[in-house]
Design a protein around this ligand. Structure first.
Ligand SMILES: Nc1ncnc2c1ncn2[C@@H]1O[C@H](COP(=O)(O)OP(=O)(O)OP(=O)(O)O)[C@@H](O)[C@H]1O
Ligand SMILES: O=c1ccn([C@@H]2O[C@H](COP(=O)(O)O)[C@@H](O)[C@H]2O)c(=O)[nH]1
Length: 238
């Protein structure tokens, strides 16, 4: 089973805690031990946003801000690589070919951002399509997709399941500025719609949430189910 995991910077490194990073790395290692082929895409989190807002005040344009964000995602990718030992490609992939080649060699690939105008959510969706993944998992700061930001609106309601087209509709009104917060960005939603990729969006603060979802099909987030997708096939059922 080939899986792409998008690990938000806000769940990998909300603060620089080596134990938290090691916890995420342990889960990735366990998935690899179970035979999963893995691509991991790491976000920039609060550090990227701090840099972006400082540079915006100084007068940087949106592309420059995106470039700063990309650099931070790559630093976070290196942090995760440092925790992953021997089974990982030691260099963050700079593009989908590099990531795909590492995965085909049997390494775990870790990458950050690739180009301005998007977020690592879109990188993960493109990588999943490129390597023909069985499953794409977004480990983010909210337990799925809601009708409003659940960290801001007390009675926000979760979507348990969405079609890719519904996902695009829900995500479309959200901001596209550098550093914006959304569980999945609009380009990612469009790529998921195009590829029909089976996708889960879940709260990744506890690293074992990803393991439960991939290995046991257990999660409390949102399932993005393509038309005719049927029941999700998880590792335990293969
Ligand atoms: N409709 C919504 N449904 C779910 N979460 C939402 C929604 N609108 C806004 N959000 C916010 O989006 C956040 C997730 O995106 P955010 O980009 O902050 O984190 P991330 O995915 O961990 O990646 P990174 O921190 O690397 O950018 C959630 O924590 C939540 O507060
Ligand atoms: O391919 C990419 C990836 C990221 N960016 C910029 O970096 C920040 C932080 O990334 P997150 O995935 O949101 O953590 C993002 O807001 C973009 O400004 C990018 O331009 N291209």
């Amino acid at each position: 089973m080939r899986v792409v995991i998008s690990l938000g910077g806000s769940v990998l490194a909300p603060e620089l805690d080596p134990e938290r990073v090691a916890g995420h790395a342990s889960v990735i290692e366990r998935l690899a031990d179970e035979g999963c082929e893995l691509g991991t895409v790491v976000g920039g989190g609060g550090v990227a946003r701090d840099y972006i807002s400082a540079a915006r005040e100084i007068g940087a344009n949106e592309v420059q801000l995106d470039q700063i964000g990309i650099d931070v995602t790559r630093i976070n990718a290196r942090l995760l690589i440092a925790a992953l030992g021997q089974i990982v490609d030691p260099t963050p992939a700079r593009d989908y070919d590099e990531a795909g080649n590492a995965i085909r060699r049997g390494d775990i690939s870790v990458m950050g951002g690739v180009m301005p105008g998007q977020t690592t959510d879109a990188v993960a969706a493109a990588l999943a399509e490129y390597v023909d993944a069985d499953l794409l998992v977004y480990a983010t700061g909210a337990d799925g997709i809601f009708d409003a930001d659940p960290n801001e609106v007390d009675d926000a309601e979760q979507y348990g399941e969405l079609s890719p087209a519904e996902l695009v509709e829900v995500i479309a009104p959200m901001s596209r500025d550098a550093g914006a917060s959304a569980p999945v960005d609009i380009l990612a939603a469009k790529l998921i719609e195009r590829s029909g990729m089976r996708t889960i969006v879940l709260d990744g603060h506890d690293p074992t949430a990803v393991e439960d979802a991939v290995l046991r099909g257990e999660h409390t987030g949102t399932d993005i189910v393509p038309a005719g997708g049927g029941e999700p096939t998880y590792w335990a059922q293969r």
